[in-house]
Design a protein. Structure first.
Length: 243
């Protein structure tokens, strides 16, 4: 399966919390998007890996994602190893995306930072002929994405965002995809369990998420937006592209 955009995250729900409005806009426009979760989120305080897999499938359905897979790295201990780099090289070559969306270099969760480093290494090595990988036993051809973009998670993007995407029309879908992970958030109407409160399951967390999107939207004169940082320099063919 080929795709236009590959979203590589550390845990199920990372992409939904960070770039789901943008993803839904892409799929609405006919672009193919694939999600890759590096871990199953098995270390999470609430829910279980099995439940989160079900929630992740529903979130992907809401967003129109073409496919979602998990690389089963170790949650809470994502390591920069050659094995993990090659796992990401394999999915890059399998899906041949033009754009990769991934975690930022500085983040609250160490797995997020680790995935950023893995993706940076993999996007380069994936283009090298002498780096050999196989998918289902079949040798793969080199492929290097045109661009790698970082979505914003809990911490501010280093140096600030490079651009914002208007998600006003897809904000309801963004919210629905996040709420698909009922085990992780304060949603007593759909998920009840005797589990500790976490940073994500605080009652005020949804208000904080909306406030961020509102603020980003105010930066570009729309209601809601999401923020991104480009790994490579951004350029325009002409200033007329902004007209």
């Amino acid at each position: 399966m080929k795709c236009d955009v590959l979203v590589i995250s550390a845990h199920p729900d990372d992409a939904e919390l960070s770039c789901s409005g943008t993803v839904k806009d892409l799929t609405n426009r006919g672009q193919s998007v694939v999600f890759v979760d590096c871990t199953a989120g098995e270390l999470g305080t609430r829910g279980s890996a099995e439940l989160r897999a079900q929630e992740a499938a529903e979130a992907a359905r809401i967003l129109g994602v073409a496919h979602r897979e998990c690389l089963h790295m170790t949650d809470g201990a994502v390591a920069h190893t050659q094995e993990n780099v090659l796992k990401i090289v394999e999915v890059l070559r399998a899906y041949t995306p033009r754009i990769v969306l991934t975690t930022p270099p500085l983040e609250r969760h160490p797995d997020h930072e680790a995935v950023h480093r893995l993706v940076r290494a993999a996007t380069f090595l994936s283009g090298l002929q002498k780096v050999a990988t196989r998918r289902h036993g079949v040798p793969q051809e080199p492929h290097r994405p045109d661009r790698t973009l970082c979505f914003m998670q809990q911490f501010d993007l280093p140096g600030g965002p490079d651009f914002y995407v208007d998600i006003t029309s897809t904000y309801p879908d963004r919210l629905a995809s996040i709420k698909a992970f009922a085990s992780q958030f304060h949603m007593p109407e759909t998920y009840q369990a005797d589990e500790p409160e976490t940073f994500l399951s605080r009652p005020a967390f949804f208000e904080e998420l909306e406030a961020r999107c509102l603020y980003f939207g105010s930066r570009i004169g729309v209601r809601y937006a999401e923020a991104f940082k480009s790994v490579e320099p951004l350029g325009l063919r002409s200033l007329a592209d902004l007209l």
